[in-house]
Ligand binder design. Structure first.
Ligand SMILES: Cc1cc2nc3c(=O)[nH]c(=O)nc-3n(C[C@H](O)[C@H](O)[C@H](O)COP(=O)(O)OP(=O)(O)OC[C@H]3O[C@@H](n4cnc5c(N)ncnc54)[C@H](O)[C@@H]3O)c2cc1C
Length: 550
């Protein structure tokens, strides 16, 4: 084996898992090389909302008189009795070993972040980000955006809000500073393509292969390789192992185009024997694994992220999208021009502090006291058109110029993406239907069908009753040209199940054995039903410590 570079520890990915892992390992005395596929650090974490539910007795919880402990956190996140309003249990299938490690290291991770320059908004913990943080006490804290340029605007936030606005920007730029100060070597545009192990299914992990501008390099990790590559939302075949409905048209991935989630970490680890784990947490109908879009008329339409022309990746994002203030302003139709659900319907939700009131840990009454509300907007959108295909196909928001005026939209670039086929306009509804030609619209939209559905919807506005889908008091007719069709297809966002790890974040193989020298953490680690940053940062912290003491 010829090695081009060497270090004690090689970390893959500079997101919420990778940077903490690298800094912890470096500060413990190891030499660390971190490879990052993109041109800049941060992964999904840098464009995240910065809502971080780290609890178990943090200094901030104590400051505000909130009594929490690792045991309370553990019991919350493994409570079998907690179900959402659609009956899905949020925590029942969590791996006890993984949750115990999180509960024991949660507060430690928070204090470590603070000690490494992360500024949190100075207020009491809450549950605003809805991350599945357990029911007993508020645990969510918010990293401040600070004065670095933001990934989605290219500009710093206004000085007045830099310490009060929650964003992953401040979290990740602070960690980048800490990594550079500690002496972590960060190699940007180095994409890991393979993990080397002594033999394919036995022996220790030796290092990785990376591609850098058409050059293949081998990097030796003498003690360990830590994978922090995020999830697999961008790999259609991989994500469909968990949900066959998630076909190609779900291309509006949250976090793209800043960084991809192409399952490269999972695939490289599986190629040397790693096992997958905890599939239920991926397909259970809670949280933000799949979301309703927040903007229409652009490819990347995640509800909490709008790309702006100043962003360094705007050439790939192409449009900001039209943010929807009132879903009564439009109707949503499938490829055949047919409505499928009440447009004001919501997506799945997650259990959090105060979601259940009263909440009694481990009590059968928790489910009994809940108000049943199935929340099936997404299931209807993903159901398809009864033509034998998987996936729901494109969903289009149909509206008229009155809606444009009410919402104060500007239906031209850079707000909408006409060139790539995510937005169409016409003076007649029939013409609009005929114009909808794009990559994912695999059947033409019948013009008569769109006309009929709009006329029927308008009659519901007259009668005040949506006879088809029960939308409460339909408010606005669609009648004043021009008419528009804007991409409003659901978004694939979150990964909650993938590789099997143990409490030390060591990767486990199909025989239940540790793969020596291989660690994994973050979004694609199995066994943990929680959205995002807290488990990623905590598992980075755990993995960094584990490789230092191995
Ligand atoms: C818009 C948005 C808002 C969010 N808001 C919140 C929030 O408020 N709270 C919360 O808890 N969570 C939030 N999340 C989720 C959270 O950001 C992620 O769950 C978290 O960042 C996952 O951490 P990670 O380290 O696993 O992956 P990431 O942070 O995505 O980092 C993975 C890194 O690995 C790199 N990489 C991937 N493959 C390779 C490869 N082969 N070689 C080299 N590098 C590679 C990627 O480029 C990336 O930089 C949000 C996500 C998005 C997209």
């Amino acid at each position: 084996m010829k090695w081009d570079r060497e270090a004690d520890i090689v970390v893959i990915g500079s997101g919420a898992t990778g940077l903490p892992a690298a800094v912890v390992a470096r500060e413990a005395g190891a030499s660390v090389i971190l490879v990052e596929a993109e041109e800049d650090i941060g992964g999904h974490a840098i464009i995240s909302g910065g809502n971080i539910p780290l609890g178990g007795g943090t200094s901030v919880q104590k400051k505000y008189g909130i009594e929490d402990s690792p045991d309370l956190l553990f019991r919350d996140l493994t409570d079998w009795s907690v179900v959402g309003p659609n009956g899905f249990p949020d925590y029942r299938y969590n791996d006890r070993e993984i949750i115990r490690a999180f509960a024991d290291n949660s507060a430690l991770t928070f204090e470590w972040l603070v000690a490494h320059g992360v500024v949190f908004v100075d207020k009491a913990p809450d549950a605003l980000g809805r991350n599945s943080l357990g029911n007993s006490v508020p645990r969510e804290m918010h990293s401040a955006v600070m004065d670095w340029p933001m990934a989605y605007t290219g500009e710093p936030a206004e000085p007045a809000v830099q310490r009060t606005r929650s964003s992953g920007n401040g979290l990740m730029r602070s960690l980048e500073v800490a990594a550079k100060k500690a002496g972590v070597e960060i190699l940007l545009e180095h994409r890991m393509t393979r993990i080397y192990r002594q033999a394919q299914n036995s022996g220790p992990v030796l290092g990785i292969a990376v591609d850098y501008k058409d050059i293949r390099l081998n990097i030796r990790g003498h003690k360990a390789v830590i994978i922090g590559t995020g999830g697999s939302t961008g790999n259609v075949n991989f994500r469909r192992m968990f949900d066959p409905r998630l076909t190609e048209e779900y291309c509006g991935l949250a976090g793209m185009p800043w960084s991809d989630q192409d399952a490269s970490g999972e695939l490289a680890a599986m190629a040397i024997g790693a096992s997958l784990w905890g599939f239920y947490n991926q397909t259970g109908e809670f949280g933000s694994n799949v979301t309703k879009p927040g903007s229409n008329g652009c490819q990347y339409n995640y509800r909490h992220l709008q790309w702006m022309p100043g962003s360094p990746v705007f050439d790939r994002a192409r449009a900001t999208g039209l943010r929807v203030a009132n879903w009564q302003d439009l109707i949503l139709v499938n490829m055949l021009g047919k409505r499928f659900y009440d447009e004001t319907g919501g997506q799945y939700i997650a259990n959090n502090y105060n979601s259940l009131d009263p909440y009694i840990q481990g009590s059968w009454l928790n489910a009994k006291n809940l108000e049943w509300n199935p929340n099936n907007f997404l299931n209807a959108a993903l159901a398809g058109i009864d033509d034998g295909h998987n996936g729901g196909g494109p969903i289009w928001a149909i509206f008229d110029s009155d809606a444009v005026a009410r919402e104060e939209w500007v239906p031209t670039p850079p707000y909408v993406d006409i060139a790539a086929g995510f937005f169409f306009g016409a003076n007649r509804l029939a013409d609009l239907a005929e114009k909808i030609v794009m990559k994912y619209q695999r059947v033409p939209m019948p013009p008569a069908s769109l006309e009929e559905i709009v006329a029927r919807h308008n009659s519901f506005v007259d009668s005040g009753v949506d006879e088809d889908f029960g939308k409460p008091s339909p408010m606005y007719k669609i009648g004043n040209p021009p008419f528009y069709a804007a991409w409003a297809t659901p978004v694939v966002h979150d990964i909650r199940a993938r590789l099997r790890i143990n409490a030390k974040c060591q990767v486990i193989d199909m025989s239940g054995e540790v793969i020596p020298g291989l660690y994994f953490g973050g979004e694609a680690a199995g066994g943990f039903s929680q959205h995002g940053l807290a488990r990623a940062a905590c598992q980075g912290y755990i993995a960094g410590n584990a490789v230092s003491t191995a």
